[in-house]
Design a protein around this ligand. Structure first.
Ligand code: PLP
Length: 479
């Protein structure tokens, strides 16, 4: 149940009205006037203060066994009695009980539509939604809640930028610079924009380790003079962590606007949008212990204020007549229709949870798991692992077994309770560059253990021994 240090949201609302100081950690209260929220107008909020993290990172290494009991699904045994080994976190992470409780508390006690209602429940829901926005702003280090737009996810956020900023700014003479390691969500919206405008797309190539040298970036920026550089912070296949802060500086020097796809970064490492200085940063809630149907579109305020809105409808307008409309202020200018209220409440609780665990500790833990996976998988004959060494990647390890199909291996692992992903992971151009049609991907999060990594490596080795090595012995390749 959603409480604020033991208080309900209603009590929090009541005390806020009496001018009580807000609590910073458990569901926070907006620092702007409650009545203006209830009336639907957004006055200037107080800029969230402090660093990107909500609390200092834990000084000691992360102990996954400390956090696993908080995730009900991790206690589950599969139908064949095997315990679940969940290694599909790059696709979606699991939920701690407190996120489920926060959402169910809203549904059970104070759910109503937001911003325009003059009744108690609408006021409480509005307050919780705007408190969630403050939590999100603090989590990413945004200067203001005006810069935090609730979108349906990374894909929706990138499409919003492609439509709102792209249709406004891009012409047939312009170039958009991407990397070949992008998820389709950061390729197709730009291809659609190219279809609409005639602009050109260029792709930064990766080297054989899945990395891109600074001079390659500089050369592309110099030669193509892009209007936009849109790139992923962490590859969802290779796990490569790209130096987005440095490349954003280079892109800005070349006159480009910068969008960072942080879908595989925001859940796994501290994120400070002020330090990155990118113009847009996007990510999804469901990869961060939060619900589906919500993500964040961060944009620099001046840019968002100038940009025309994309979706039209309720909430994003100030006035409507039969002749036309005027737009509302940020952030609702980009939030047409009913926002994802309960999802925002869940996402804020997920951010508080992840922050309690400590993002620095999560990052270190995942790098250790990835290093263990590389150590365990590398000796397996015929296994090809993609991506850089462990110290330059997050907790993602993709591989193929020569002579084996990725789907067969995924099924083999599933029968042992091990959930990984196989296929192209929505990165077909990248797989083409790697010379394979798909791969198997193990991806780790804060609750994964070294024992689980060992189980993965042992099961892959057994698959190779049973199906590849034995059949090679029976049918040796002809010389
Ligand atoms: N970008 C990256 C790097 C991703 O890994 C993903 C999802 O896997 C996406 C974008 C798309 O995210 P969503 O499906 O939540 O919109």
């Amino acid at each position: 149940m959603m409480t604020m240090k033991g208080r309900t949201v209603s009590a929090a609302l009541a005390s806020k009205k009496k001018g009580e100081q807000s609590n910073r950690i458990s569901p926070e209260l907006p620092t702007f006037d409650t009545m203006s929220i209830l009336s639907g107008s957004h006055p200037e909020p107080v800029a969230p203060s402090g660093p990107a993290n909500l609390a200092a990172p834990l000084p000691r290494p992360l102990d996954p066994y400390r956090w696993r009991p908080e995730f009900p699904i991790l206690q589950r045994k599969l139908d064949n009695g095997k315990p679940l080994v969940y290694l599909d976190n790059a696709a979606s992470t699991q939920h701690p009980q407190r996120v489920i409780d926060a959402m169910s508390d809203c549904y059970q006690r104070y759910y109503a539509n937001v911003h325009r209602g003059s009744h108690t429940l609408s006021g409480e829901s509005t307050l919780a939604l705007e408190s969630a926005r403050e939590t999100c702003a603090r989590f990413i280090g945004a200067a203001s809640t005006h810069e935090v737009i609730f979108a349906a996810g990374t894909t929706a956020a990138i499409n919003t930028v492609a439509r709102a900023w792209g249709d406004w700014r891009i012409t047939a003479n312009d170039t958009i610079l991407l990397t070949i390691a992008e998820h389709h969500a950061n390729i197709v919206p730009w291809q659609q924009l190219a279809q609409r405008t005639g602009c050109k797309l260029e792709f930064l190539p990766i080297d054989d380790a899945g990395e891109i040298a600074d001079d390659v970036v500089e050369e592309h920026l110099r030669r193509t003079r892009p209007k936009l550089m849109a790139l992923t912070a962490v590859s969802n296949v290779l796990g490569t962590e790209y130096p987005v802060e440095r490349w954003t500086r280079l892109a800005h020097q070349a006159g480009a606007t910068v969008l960072i796809d942080a879908a595989q970064a925001a859940p796994h490492q501290p994120l400070d949008v002020k330090a990155w200085d990118a113009d847009f940063v996007v990510f999804s809630g469901h990869k961060l212990c939060g619900p589906t149907g919500i993500g964040i579109l961060y944009g620099k305020r001046e840019l968002l204020e100038e940009m025309p809105p994309f979706l039209g409808g309720g909430a994003m307008i100030r006035t409507v007549t039969t002749e036309g409309f005027t737009t509302s202020e940020l952030p609702t200018k980009f939030e047409a229709g009913t926002p994802p209220i309960v999802e925002a409440i869940g996402l804020a609780e997920a951010m508080r949870f992840v922050d309690d665990v400590g993002l620095d500790a999560i990052h270190r833990h995942e790098q250790q798991l990835a290093a263990a996976a590389l150590r365990g998988l590398t000796p397996i004959e015929g296994l090809k692992i993609f991506g850089p060494p462990a110290d330059r990647r997050g907790g993602i390890v993709s591989f193929v077994v020569e002579g084996g199909h990725t789907l067969d291996l995924a099924h083999w692992l599933d029968r042992r309770g091990i959930a990984i992903r196989d296929g192209h992971h929505c990165a077909m151009p990248l797989h083409q560059r790697l010379g394979v049609s798909g791969s198997c991907r193990a991806s780790f999060y804060l609750y994964n253990t070294l024992d689980e990594v060992e189980a993965l490596c042992a099961a892959v080795a057994e698959f190779h021994q049973r199906f590849i090595a034995k059949s090679r012995k029976r049918n040796p390749p002809s010389v």
